[in-house]
Design a protein around this ligand. Sequence first.
Ligand code: NAP
Length: 308
Amino acid sequence: MDSMDYDVIILGGGPAGLTAGLYSSRAALKTLLVERMMVGGQVMTTTKIENYPGFPGGIDGPELVARFHEHCQEFGLEILYGEAQSLNVAGEMKEVTVDGRVLRARAVIVTTGAEPRKLGIPGEQQYAGRGVSYCATCDGAFFKNVPVVVVGGGDTAAEEALFLTRFASKVYLVHRRDQLRATKILQERLFAHDKIEVIWNSTPEQVLGTASGVTAVEIRNRKTGEHRHIETEGVFFAIGVIPKAHFLAELLSLNEEGYIVTDGECGTTVPGVFAAGDVRSKLLKQIATAVGDGAVAAIAAEKYLLEH
Ligand code: NAP
């Protein structure tokens, strides 16, 4: 192996990637984790995590990530900041291109996660960063004492709506059905909050604004066809996520939603390439399951290296 060669390269530094990195470096495998921006992934934009065991009362996302990171450093995990553009598995060593530089490894673990889905309505892209946001914890504080709109009915939408009540004068939650997908405990908190109004069976049709940013959102009731104009400076879309696996579409088997298909040990359709966390097709996408996946993928990679 030359000095640029690794036993394991991990693509992505969220909870799955960091856990795989912890296990792999602790197993004395020469491991490199490649991260595009900053470690932590979606957890970095989460305020309070209440369902990760070991932290009664909850823990803030960035604090949990800092602990994961520090723990990995204890075992000497090497982290490279850059964007993985492609993976080539034709030769004996797998090749990962990161910002034009080729790195080689005997096994690769893909933990690239998922990113917020865009609705694709007029004004959404135009006002992104000027009132349209996909992250309440990042941008919520810009909207003090003004009404805001959250779109979606899942856990993210519910958490974002609740978080935004700290700043906004009122939070409209616009959901396309008459029932939320979010867990019961979040629903109860939402319905009990006097600043939150849920607008059922409705979807936004257009984000309106001026040169200085968003001024309103136009929504339509899917049952009655009625339109409603909500004056607001902030629209937060929380309509789910899409997996970041497109760059691997020609190499790995993806399901119809674009998630990487794996076996029970996080193995993909390519021997020596594993997938863990939110980018993998599975029932439950949470920090606890990402961590479990990361551990399984690292041990499966170690087993693969022993056998090959
Ligand atoms: P999600 O569970 O997929 O929910 C997406 C929501 O957006 C759904 O309510 C969906 O409506 C709505 N939606 C989707 N496409 C839409 C469209 N084109 N127009 C209007 N509405 C649309 O996504 P998420 O809330 O981001 O959560 C992702 C995963 O992370 C889930 O597994 C979730 O449990 C997990 N998560 C967990 C926590 C936690 O445990 N505390 C926190 C955040 C996220 P329908 O309901 O009609 O489909």
